[in-house]
Design a binder for this molecule. Structure first.
Ligand code: DAH
Length: 349
């Protein structure tokens, strides 16, 4: 290696200052300034490389070189600091611009969810009956044969059981309730001998061939009033009041004789068709009437099974399918829409 002289080192430092300055001007990212730093000012960088030769200079020449080297170092450190600040600011500015919101753009309409038609129908029914003093009573979906049939005056083998196609479980005697009438016994056994006025809403299950008017699961709302002086007039008054509130004032109602094992006498209630006002249309099958529920005076055997003495107590009961009510009210022609999760139905009603 040749002899190092002070002049050479000073020139190298000057060269370094110029090269570093030019390279820094090209560094456009924080990452690039870090690489730049390592190359020029880092522990293995060019400045360190130059200063390594300081030891071979005569002692009296060292202070000047040291001073110049320090000036170069400070100048470059200031420069890189400044550059990094500028880059950080530019990067922040870019992010700000990319993420900024143009408040003059028109807004996007939000779609609001709404309650399912069954929920709304049930709530309408609850509101009407609770205003007449009925309480809402919950009873189980999974029932015993005893509560669903026997205590409702249908012993095993009773032909009326054929009115309900039943889902049986693998546990003998345990079934899915075919109607909410089973809840009548639960309510009576809880309250007897006090008077009761309850509605019993909930899901019921039938082993049906599913079609436009039959589903294997649907909702019913049962009603039950038991007391000392309850008559068929009370039944009619309550149900006519209900129909007027549910379907609009001025509805015509008619009661047809019918048969249910748990009521005597039994009726079915029709109202004049809400779609054609009784003139006749496909929904009422051109009869002008819509059947809305079954009802009757609670059979003495059922009262007794519930814990009431039938010689002192009487009562009325009724049962309606809430989907059928919604079908009629909203003019829907197929019960399968209710639980098929088809948005078109949910949006329409
Ligand atoms: N449980 C009957 C059914 O599912 C409906 C019914 C009829 C309920 C008459 C009653 C009633 O409480 O009195 O078809």
């Amino acid at each position: 290696m040749g002899k190092i002289v002070q002049q050479d080192i000073l020139e190298q430092l000057e060269q370094l200052r110029q090269d570093a300055g030019a390279a820094l001007a090209q560094a456009n990212t924080t990452e690039a300034t870090r690489e730049w730093y390592a190359e020029y000012l880092g522990r293995k960088g060019r400045l360190t490389g130059i200063l390594r030769n300081l030891g071979s200079l005569p002692v009296e020449e060292r202070p000047l070189v040291g001073k110049v080297a320090n000036e170069v170092k400070v100048a470059l450190e200031n420069a890189v600091q400044e550059r990094q600040n500028a880059i950080a600011q530019a990067e922040m500015e870019a992010v700000r611009r990319a993420e900024s919101v143009d408040v003059t753009l028109p807004g996007r309409t939000q779609t609001l969810g709404k309650l399912h038609i069954t929920t709304r129908t049930l709530r309408d029914i609850y509101a009407i009956f609770t205003a007449m003093g009925f309480q809402i009573y919950d009873s189980p979906d999974v029932e015993t044969d005893e509560y669903n049939f026997q205590l409702l005056n249908m012993p095993p083998g009773h032909p009326a059981r054929d009115m309900w196609d039943t889902f049986y479980t693998t546990t003998p005697g345990l079934i899915l309730r075919t109607h909410t009438s089973s809840g009548q016994i639960h309510a009576m056994r809880e309250y007897a001998p006090d008077p009761i006025r309850v509605i019993l809403p909930g899901k019921v299950y039938r082993y049906e061939a599913v079609d436009a008017s039959h589903e294997s699961m649907f909702y019913q709302v049962e009603g039950l009033a038991v007391g000392k002086h309850i008559t068929f007039c009370d039944l009619k008054g309550v149900l006519i009041n209900f129909a007027n509130q549910m379907y609009g004032e001025g509805r015509q109602a008619r009661f047809r004789k019918s048969y249910f094992p748990f009521t005597e006498p039994s009726v079915e209630m029709d109202i004049d068709c809400v779609l054609c006002n009784g003139k006749g249309c496909p929904v009422c099958k051109y009869t002008g009437w819509l059947e809305i529920l079954g009802a009757g005076m609670v059979h003495p055997v059922v009262l007794e099974n519930g814990g009431y003495d039938p010689s002192r107590f009487s009562g009325f009961a009724f049962g309606m399918g809430s989907e059928r009510m919604a079908l009629q009210k909203y003019g829907i022609d197929d019960i399968r829409y209710f639980y098929a999760n088809d948005m078109r139905l949910l949006e329409r009603v």
